[in-house]
Design a binder for this molecule. Structure first.
Ligand SMILES: Nc1ncnc2c1ncn2[C@@H]1O[C@H](COP(=O)(O)OP(=O)(O)OP(=O)(O)O)[C@@H](O)[C@H]1O
Length: 638
């Protein structure tokens, strides 16, 4: 990132007006892409906490800042760290982790971790409606801040509406958004459901606070510094208005998608991702760069291609993926204490081999907020373990994805900016409709607009990789390699491997050398390394599961395939009831995504000699693997 210090960024009068509103204002800020919404929000938090008049200043803990994804939380946190003098103690949380913490505080005995994200959000909404805010440790918030409110749909929208309803008289808010960037991906599965939901939250806010809502707009774009990077901006307002276009949303969106696509075709063409010149320019570019794909299948294939060509990069994870950094397991393994003081935590962090890039101040603050011990100034280690087991680890401590070159879907790039953006040339709406007769055309147009507005300097296009042999297996939701021809619909040449596919129940090497595997993971295994799943034996363990597979890194076992993966592999390969499955001997071409801390059985941890916490390090794997069958086995079925 190329940010300079906070002081040389003079806010525009429009931005300053947002920052200066008193804490109890109900404020809605709308703006186009790159108008400094997030930047202004950070300055507003700073002003709310650091107000010169003590009666007007809020405590950091009185601000509730909610965001969609860990990536967005991290972005906000980083910006606060760089530009926020007073707001450093403000905690930014995802909707999901806040909902979970409300539930745990109000009903500590509930089995909240067993619920899905959406179920927890629903339960939290119910609790809020029954007065839960009054029972929170920090008390009800005095000011609520939500970025990207255009994306508030479904259960999250209901939760925020209930929250604001409950706080009616005693609370201000700052809501910031851009309807042109409403693309909500994971939140609503059924396209019909969300097609007519765009802007529902904005309409609710305007109707509910018609008397005292202060609505401000930011009109100047700061991100785009070149004509190329500005290419899509003139269409911003039209994209915002798709939902209310007189010609109908679909027709307007198709027209705008066509116009945006034409503008993109006018941008410099990088040719193909197999072209040596293109690859060299990706390798040598000194700034930040993102290759943006329409869907995850394209992103996975681009990442695979770059790996085989030796181009270092990071594949951006799903916005809901929440790997707990590997240093947490290492920390827990190094202490048997029930509580830690700040000094002891610092000592432990300092003594670890993987402490690079860990900021002890930030770790202490975030862990104290989430797992406070009963003694003065202490951290409760059992609660810390609970955060890992219950997938509630603080969002702001998630590992960064620091590579200068990122491969991402457009959805996962929201709210971010890069010096250079390379967009896979998108198909026309007509072509997309041919593949998907339920195509959500407004979402396509908005996604293209979001993609084209992420660049600071360069906007390029490049040919999309050929995806015809990568198909979706609907029952499991996994990509697989096959042949798009009904005559070959039984054919399976590979399968997607993703988060959750490595067994977490017990540590790798539990029977012989678990500590050795832990050290090997820390010392030798790096993101991007190649891994293979190898068949252990051909005996299925359960009635609807594949046999067991070991996870191999340079020939060494670093884990086992999880039961979830094995059930999905069974479902994918058992194409008919009488079908004799030939289990692939290997699934190759997979990559290490990251190392993460996982919580499994405490007994397994003890038996394996990894201490009593039941937390250890496991690899997370991704990629669309290729099956290698033992000689002749594949052909036998043809
Ligand atoms: N007043 C300012 N002076 C200089 N730079 C600014 C100013 N306001 C914002 N910026 C810069 O402009 C860029 C875009 O800002 P920001 O990311 O906050 O926009 P945004 O509206 O949230 O974008 P989007 O909605 O497209 O994700 C950032 O690099 C930010 O630091």
């Amino acid at each position: 990132m190329t940010f300079s210090s906070a002081d040389d960024r003079v806010l525009t009068a429009e931005q300053q007006a947002v920052v200066d509103q008193p804490w109890d204002t109900r404020l809605l800020v709308t703006a186009g892409a790159g108008a400094g919404k997030t930047h202004t929000l950070v300055r507003r938090m700073d002003a709310l906490v650091g107000h010169v008049d003590p009666d007007e200043a809020l405590e950091a803990s009185e601000l509730l800042v909610l965001s969609f994804s860990r990536a967005a939380v991290r972005e906000l946190r980083d910006r606060i760290a760089r530009h926020g003098e007073h707001a450093r103690r403000v905690r930014v949380q995802t909707f999901d982790s806040w909902a979970h913490s409300v539930l745990v505080q109000v009903h500590p005995d509930g089995e909240w971790s067993a619920l899905t994200f959406d179920e927890r959000i629903r339960a939290a909404t119910e609790a809020i409606e029954k007065g839960a805010l009054e029972s929170l440790e920090a008390g009800p918030p005095a000011h609520v801040i939500v970025d990207e409110v255009q994306d508030l749909v479904g259960v999250r929208r209901e939760m925020v509406e209930s929250l604001l309803d409950q706080l009616q008289d005693s609370c201000g808010f700052t809501l910031v958004g851009d309807s042109a960037q409403a693309i909500y991906d994971f939140q609503i599965k059924d396209p019909e459901e969300y097609a007519d939901r765009t802007d529902l939250f904005l309409r609710w806010v305007r109707a509910s606070y018609s008397d005292d809502l202060v609505e401000l707009r930011l009109t100047r774009n700061f991100r785009a510094r070149t004509p190329e990077a500005r290419a899509a901006l003139p269409l911003g307002q039209a994209v915002q208005g798709i939902g209310s276009a007189p010609e109908g949303a679909d027709a307007a969106a198709e027209r705008l998608h066509g116009e945006l696509r034409e503008l993109l075709l006018d941008q410099p063409d990088m040719g193909s991702l197999t072209d040596p010149f293109t690859l060299d320019s990706l390798r040598s570019f000194p700034g930040t760069c993102a290759i943006l794909a329409r869907d995850n299948r394209q992103a996975l294939l681009v990442s695979e291609l770059l790996h085989t060509q030796g181009v270092p990069h990071a594949l951006r994870r799903s916005l809901q993926d929440r790997p707990v950094p590997s240093w947490v397991a290492e920390l827990l393994r190094r202490t048997e204490a029930a509580v830690l003081t700040e000094q002891r935590l610092r000592e432990l962090l300092g003594g670890m081999p993987i402490s690079d890039g860990i900021d002890p101040d930030r770790v202490w603050r975030a862990l104290r907020a989430a797992a406070r011990g009963t003694g003065r100034g202490t951290l409760d280690v059992a609660r810390l373990r609970g955060l890992v087991a219950e997938r509630r680890f603080p969002d702001e401590l998630a590992d960064p994805e620091p590579a200068p070159l990122i491969v991402s879907t457009v959805h996962r790039s929201k709210g971010l900016e890069f010096d250079r953006v390379v967009l896979l040339t998108p198909p026309t709406v007509t072509e997309l409709r041919r593949r998907d007769d339920e195509l959500d055309v407004p979402a396509e147009a908005r996604a293209l607009y979001v993609a084209m507005t992420r660049a600071r300097e360069d906007l390029y296009r490049v040919a999309a990789p050929d995806t015809v042999t990568v198909l979706k297996h609907k029952p499991t939701g996994r990509w697989y390699r096959g042949v798009p021809n009904p005559r070959h619909k039984w054919r399976r040449d590979g399968v997607e491997v993703r988060a959750g596919d490595v067994c977490n129940q017990e540590p790798a090497g539990a029977l012989d050398d678990a500590s050795g595997v832990q050290s090997y993971l820390l010392e030798r295994v790096r993101p991007g390394d190649t891994v293979t799943f190898r068949l252990r034996d051909t005996l299925p363990m359960g009635p609807e599961q594949s046999p067991r597979y070991a996870v191999l890194h340079e020939g060494r076992e670093i884990g086992d395939a999880s039961e979830g993966f094995r059930s999905d592999l069974y479902a994918l390969l058992k194409v008919g009831t009488t079908w004799e499955v030939q289990w692939p001997g290997e699934i190759s071409g997979l990559r290490i995504d990251c190392l993460e801390s996982v919580a499994g059985s405490t007994a397994a941890g003890v038996n394996a000699g990894l201490g009593e916490r039941g937390v250890w390090i496991a690899p997370r794997i991704s990629g669309i693997g290729r099956f290698r069958r033992s000689a002749g086995a594949g052909e036998e079925q043809e």
